[in-house]
Design a protein around this ligand. Structure first.
Ligand code: COA
Length: 192
């Protein structure tokens, strides 16, 4: 079972069907916090909806199209981070994430995304990792910026969230850049 240790009792592991209830309770308790930026929240109304998500994540993993991981603090789920898909011909992927409101501000998601990037470049040998964030989602934007991603441009009208249509800013890092930054040790302050 894939698992990444993030330090200070924090870790990531693959999501499993038995997580559906815990996941739903967490989403439900963070509905207002998450719904501002994540359209899936409005469609998550019951444990059954979270089970559909977890099962589709397991299918995604089995079909080698990416993976979704629970982010844990003391083994309790506090968020989710994963890959939306893998473009194998272009050896490219993108990462998405969310964290319960009370667990923000500790660098956990920066560590989690750093672990996912390592997996994409080292285990899958991909060439490029993207992160897209709402242009006004400053906390989300800070993650790729902290990790040394380069801002590549704006996608106008990229996402509909409830009654808003928002623009996205797109960030990317290449395997070459990531390895160069690792060698220099000049990446984010969350480095262990
Ligand atoms: C996006 C989201 C995951 C960011 O959470 P976050 O807590 O800001 O990110 P991190 O866990 O990496 O923590 C970074 C914060 O911890 C602080 N921090 C403390 N120790 C740190 C460390 N060792 N390393 C890095 N940051 C650290 C940083 O200064 C930063 O705090 P600040 O924003 O007050 O300056 C969260 O806001 C969220 O879930 N939002 C709603 C859903 C969402 O928008 N998802 C993304 C859609 S694109």
């Amino acid at each position: 079972m894939l698992r990444f240790e993030l330090g200070d009792g924090r870790a990531m592991r693959l999501l499993d069907a038995s997580d559906a209830e815990e996941l739903f309770v967490l989403i439900d308790a963070n509905r207002k916090h998450l719904a501002r930026w994540m359209p899936f929240v409005g469609q998550t109304r019951s444990v059954a909806d979270s089970l559909v998500f977890v099962r589709s994540a397991r299918r995604q993993l089995a079909e080698n199209r990416g993976l979704q991981m629970a982010v844990l603090a003391d083994e309790q789920i506090i968020g989710v981070a994963g890959f939306h898909a893998i473009d194998w011909p272009r050896r490219s992927t993108s990462i998405g994430y969310w964290l319960a409101q009370a667990h923000q501000g500790a660098g956990t998601m920066t560590l989690a995304v750093r672990a996912l990037i390592g997996h994409a470049f080292d285990a899958w040998e991909l060439c490029r990792v993207e992160i897209r964030a709402g242009v006004h989602n400053s906390r989300s934007r800070a993650i790729p910026e902290r990790l040394g991603f380069r801002e590549e441009g704006i996608l106008r009208g990229a996402e509909r969230i409830e009654d808003r249509v928002i623009d996205h800013v797109i960030y990317a890092v290449t395997a070459v850049d990531w390895r160069a930054m690792s060698a220099l040790g000049d990446r984010d302050p969350a480095r262990a």
